[in-house]
Design a protein around this ligand. Sequence first.
Ligand SMILES: Nc1nc2c(ncn2[C@@H]2O[C@H](COP(=O)(O)OP(=O)(O)OP(=O)(O)O)[C@@H](O)[C@H]2O)c(=O)[nH]1
Length: 307
Amino acid sequence: MTESGEETRAGFVALIGEPNAGKSTLLNRMVGAKVSIVTHKVQTTRTRIRGIAMEDQSQIVFVDTPGLFRPRRRLDRAMVAAAWGGAADADIVVLLVEAHRGLTPGVEAILDALKERASDKQRVALAINKIDRVKAETLLAMTQKLNEAYPFERTFLISAERGHGVDDLKTWLAAELPQGPWLYPEDQIADLPLRMIAAEVTREKLTLRLHEELPYQLTVETEKWEERKDGSARIDQIVYVARDGHKGIVLGHKGETIKAVGQAARAELTEFLGRPVHLFLQVKVRPNWLEEKERYSEMGLEFRDGD
Ligand SMILES: Nc1nc2c(ncn2[C@@H]2O[C@H](COP(=O)(O)OP(=O)(O)OP(=O)(O)O)[C@@H](O)[C@H]2O)c(=O)[nH]1
């Protein structure tokens, strides 16, 4: 109950879908704060990130999952496990499908997995995203086809980027979540530790700057976070790369790349925290990080021995 005596609702919503389906974009739009990183690169979301949206008297806690796909490497398998972990905990699952791609083999695989894993009680809604990219006529047929493939509770036609249909989806979720007290303080927008958010910001700037050149096994970690008496924060981060050659790419000619990345990340962190930030970046080569358990837990993933 709120102070005014209205019933409150709260629960978890998992956004699932193929890589690039628009999960981060949708999450950011519904939460209204940047908690997940949106880039043009596939597979950027590495951690289970939650954002919290308030709608009427409902608190919607989003579990943004990494893209679901067929895992090959160890890291990929950990990401898929994390994705399903999020879906299994959720009160409602929202499957995002791209309007210009429809029922792809990847979507079919997700539907198979849903049928296999989700219990009968699991509520699943469909959101066809990127409707700005297709003609209205194709949407009707696509809605029908997808609903024949899986008994979705509801179908929403949305453009996460432009905001079309997003309010309808949010209102529906808010009304459908179980009655109960709020799970988080109202002003909390993300339960992701600040250190991790700070690392994601730097990673995003590197991605934007390097595009296709971005070393695949690159990772950013916040090593130290010092609150200073003058109200500013000193943040020390390490950019780990797998090979010597990658170090040069990240540093750039005369260190230009890393300098520009540092400036851009510092500006965003200053805005995000609302106070001055001093950001120090270091690039280190760490050939085996993909196999190191510690790195996995820092990304919020489970390391699976013997996989
Ligand atoms: N045209 C169009 N593009 C969109 C829309 N929503 C998202 N996108 C774009 O699709 C791309 C992928 O969006 P993301 O939100 O990063 O997708 P994701 O599902 O979180 O991706 P992963 O992190 O790889 O799992 C970005 O370039 C977005 O700008 C939309 O409604 N219309």
